[in-house]
Design a binder for this molecule. Structure first.
Ligand code: ZN
Length: 248
C-alpha cells in the first residue's frame, strides 16, 4: 500500500497545488487527509474541490477548524484571528463544499491493519500531541493499529514507543525516512501543507510505503507570496499572510 498523507491544508491552494504537482498522483492506493482543510487561508473552495477530485480513494477526518467553519462548533476557544478566518471561510464556501466539510467524519479512522488516521489524537480529535508524556498517554490507552498519522500541531514529528522506551523527535529538513519496525508503535505527524509552524515555511507532507515499511517526509517550496496576496486581497487578518513566510 502506498499512501499520500496530507494535513492542515488550511485553505492554502498555492501550497496544496505545489504538493500535488510534485508527487505522482496516480501512484497512490489512497490519499489520507488528516483534517483542517479550511480556515486561515483564502482559497477554501479550491482546496476542497482539489481534495474531492483526487484520483483515487480519499480518506478524510475533520479538524477543529473544519468543525467551526461548518457550524458544528462555535469556535469560542479560538483566538480572534482564527475566529475571523473561520467566519470568512464559512461565508465564502459554496453550499456543496460547506456540506462536504460539515459531513467529514471524526477520527480516529482505521485505514488498514497497520494504519489509522486522526486530527489531534486517536483519543480526542482536539488534543495536541507534542511530548513524550502525550505519547505515553496515547500508547497506554489507545489499542489501535501500529501507525497513527495525526496532525493539528502543524509540526512534522515522530512519537515512537519501542522496547527501550519512548522517543519524540521533530522531523526537519527537506526529506527523511522513518523505518517501521516490528514491535514498535508510531504516532507520525506529516506537518502542515498550508501553515507550517516549525520556522520552515515550506509545505510539508508524508508518503507511506507499506511494502517497504517506510514513511518518508518531505518539505517543498511553494509560491508563499501568492498565498499571502490572496489573504490580503480577501481582507483576512494580515498576520495570517505574514506568518506563512516565517513558518510560524
Ligand atoms: Zn490546523
Amino acid at each position: 500500500m502506498r499512501y499520500l498523507i496530507l494535513s492542515d491544508v488550511h485553505g492554502n491552494w498555492d501550497a496544496l497545488s505545489a504538493v500535488l504537482r510534485r508527487v505522482r498522483r496516480k501512484r497512490f492506493d489512497a490519499f489520507l487527509v488528516l483534517g483542517d482543510l479550511v480556515g486561515y487561508g483564502a482559497a477554501p473552495n479550491q482546496v476542497v474541490e482539489a481534495v474531492r477530485g483526487l484520483p483515487g480513494p480519499v480518506r478524510l477526518v475533520r479538524g477543529n477548524h473544519d468543525k467551526v467553519v461548518a457550524g458544528l462548533e462555535t469556535g469560542e476557544n479560538f483566538n480572534a484571528t482564527a475566529h475571523a478566518a473561520a467566519l470568512w471561510t464559512a461565508s465564502h464556501l459554496t453550499a456543496a463544499n460547506r456540506r462536504f466539510v460539515r459531513e467529514l467524519p471524526a477520527g480516529p479512522m482505521p485505514i488498514d491493519e497497520r494504519v489509522a488516521i486522526c486530527h489531534g489524537s486517536p483519543l480526542d480529535e482536539d488534543q495536541y500531541l507534542f511530548s513524550a508524556l502525550d505519547a505515553l498517554e496515547i500508547f497506554t490507552h489507545f489499542h489501535g493499529p501500529q501507525i497513527v498519522f495525526f496532525g493539528h500541531t502543524h509540526l512534522p514529528s515522530r512519537l515512537e514507543r519501542g522496547p527501550t522506551g519512548l522517543q519524540v523527535a521533530l522531523l526537519s529538513g527537506e526529506s527523511g525516512v522513518v523505518r517501521i519496525e516490528p514491535g514498535r508503535r508510531y504516532l507520525l505527524n506529516p506537518g502542515a501543507v498550508g501553515q507550517p509552524r516549525d520556522r520552515d515555511p515550506r509545505a510539508a507532507f508524508m508518503i507511506y510505503d507499506g511494502d517497504a515499511g517506510i514513511v518518508r517526509w518531505y518539505r517543498i517550496p511553494y509560491p508563499v507570496e501568492r498565498a499571502q496576496e490572496r489573504i490580503r486581497k480577501a481582507g483576512l487578518p494580515k498576520s495570517l499572510a505574514d506568518r506563512l513566510a516565517l513558518g510560524l
